[in-house]
Ligand binder design. Sequence first.
Ligand SMILES: Nc1ncnc2c1ncn2[C@@H]1O[C@H](COP(=O)(O)OP(=O)(O)O)[C@@H](O)[C@H]1O
Ligand SMILES: O=C(O)[C@H](O)[C@@H](O)[C@H](O)[C@H](O)COP(=O)(O)O
Length: 185
Amino acid sequence: MAVPGALLVMGVSGSGKSTVGALLASELGWKFYDADDYHPEENRMKMGKGIPLKDQDRIPWLCNLHDILLRDVASGQHVVLACSALKKVYRDILIRGKDCAPLKCDETGKDKQPAEVKLLVVHLSGSFEVISRRLLERKGHFMPPELLQSQFDILEPPSAPENFIQISVDKNLSEIIATITETLK
Ligand SMILES: Nc1ncnc2c1ncn2[C@@H]1O[C@H](COP(=O)(O)OP(=O)(O)O)[C@@H](O)[C@H]1O
Ligand SMILES: O=C(O)[C@H](O)[C@@H](O)[C@H](O)[C@H](O)COP(=O)(O)O
């Protein structure tokens, strides 16, 4: 496939985004961003108290991540982003920014292309049981395992025409990395 500017590793909390994303970036020699590091303090506090985020909490965070992706990709830097991106509209924001509306025409009547990040979405998908077990074993993270159900409740797995692959979290890390790097060939 044509190599995308950016890879999004997405999924519910505990699906392995940070672990897979960091390994993948290191294997490919691409820059790595963990979206968790870009949450404003209010969002982290909310999640820490066991309150799920809402669209209005996530949208500015996703717009900021879109700007970062666009800036890097425009400068020729390939990027891996680990980000929950649970809903289709969240992934649209990562690709196109907040103006996800269809193409608009400018005053001269020409189509105006929105600045778009060419993204391959890698969805780490697994059962509630496997992922909640991993979350219960994970130490030193602000996200409480009790929020996992709320993440499954809103998850919209990627589907056509999104540019995506889905990989089971039951695979081991080397198998997951190999599947992704094979897809890029
Ligand atoms: N494929 C895998 N097999 C076994 N354990 C995994 C796998 N992927 C991640 N883990 C473990 O599961 C836990 C959650 O992974 P993490 O990368 O923190 O998920 P996320 O970033 O999606 O919240 C970590 O302790 C990690 O080591
Ligand atoms: O959109 C959200 O609700 C959050 O981004 C959430 O999905 C994310 O999972 C947390 O930041 C916790 O981080 P981990 O995913 O690393 O557990």
